[in-house]
Ligand binder design. Structure first.
Ligand code: ZN
Length: 201
C-alpha cells in the first residue's frame, strides 16, 4: 500500500531494538515530513558512525582510532580493570564517577545455549592484559549484567583468573542492582553504590 521507498525505510527502522512496526511507521513519516537537510544529516551520521568508530585495540571499547579515550588517558589507573559485556555499559559506570581505572569489553556474555563460548568473546585478551607485568594489574572488577548469562560469565572469568593470576583481586559489583537487569538501565546512584560496595569473588 505504501510506496516502496517508504516501505523500505519503515522496514529498516523496525529492525532497531525497541522499535515496533507502529513506531517505525511514525518515525518514517516524521522523516518524510521533515526537511531534506535533517534527513541527510541523519543518513550522514549513520554512515559516519560506521566508517569512523571501531573497537579499541586494548579494551575493545568504542574508539575513533586505534585506542579509546579511556585507554589514552594517562590519569586512568591501568592496574584496575572493569570487565563489562558491551561498550554501552561503560557510559553508565562513567556517569557514577566512582571509577578511575580502565575497562575491558567482552562483546557479550557466555551462553552455551546460544552457542556463545569463551572464544567468541574477548576473554583471552583479558587474560593477556592481566598477565602483562608492565600493567601490574591488581584488581579485576566483574561488572557483567546480573542476568543468568552475565552471572555465568563472571563466575567463569573469576575461576580462570584465580588460577592464572592468584595475586589479582577479583570483585563483583554489590547487590542493589536489579536482579536480571541490564547495567545500561541502572540509575547512577544504584550503580555508584554497587561499585563502592563491590565484593571479592
Ligand atoms: Zn580502550
Amino acid at each position: 500500500m505504501l510506496a516502496p521507498p517508504l516501505q523500505r525505510l519503515i522496514s529498516e527502522l523496525s529492525k532497531l531494538p525497541g522499535i515496533g512496526q507502529r513506531t517505525a511507521q511514525r518515525l518514517a513519516f516524521h522523516i518524510l515530513r521533515g526537511s531534506g537537510e535533517d534527513a541527510a544529516a541523519l543518513a550522514a551520521a549513520i554512515r559516519e558512525v560506521k566508517e569512523r568508530i571501531g573497537l579499541c585495540e586494548v579494551c575493545f571499547n568504542l574508539a575513533e582510532g586505534p585506542r579509546c579515550t579511556i585507554c589514552l588517558d594517562e590519569r586512568r589507573d591501568p592496574s584496575l580493570i572493569c570487565v563489562v559485556e558491551e561498550a554501552g555499559d561503560v557510559l553508565p559506570i562513567e556517569r557514577t564517577h566512582e571509577y578511575r581505572g580502565r575497562y575491558h569489553v567482552l562483546g557479550g556474555a557466555l551462553s552455551p545455549i546460544d552457542g556463545i563460548e569463551p572464544e567468541d568473546l574477548k576473554i583471552a585478551q583479558l587474560y593477556a592484559r592481566v598477565a602483562d607485568p608492565s600493567l601490574a594489574v591488581r584488581e579485576v572488577i566483574l561488572a557483567t549484567n546480573s542476568t543468568t548469562t552475565g552471572e555465568a560469565t563472571a563466575l567463569h572469568v573469576a575461576a580462570a583468573l584465580h588460577e592464572r593470576a592468584p595475586d589479582v583481586t577479583v570483585t563483583r559489583l554489590a547487590s542493589g542492582l536489579p536482579v536480571g537487569g541490564d547495567l545500561e538501565y541502572a540509575d547512577e546512584v544504584t550503580l555508584g553504590r554497587a561499585f563502592a560496595g563491590r565484593r571479592a569473588l
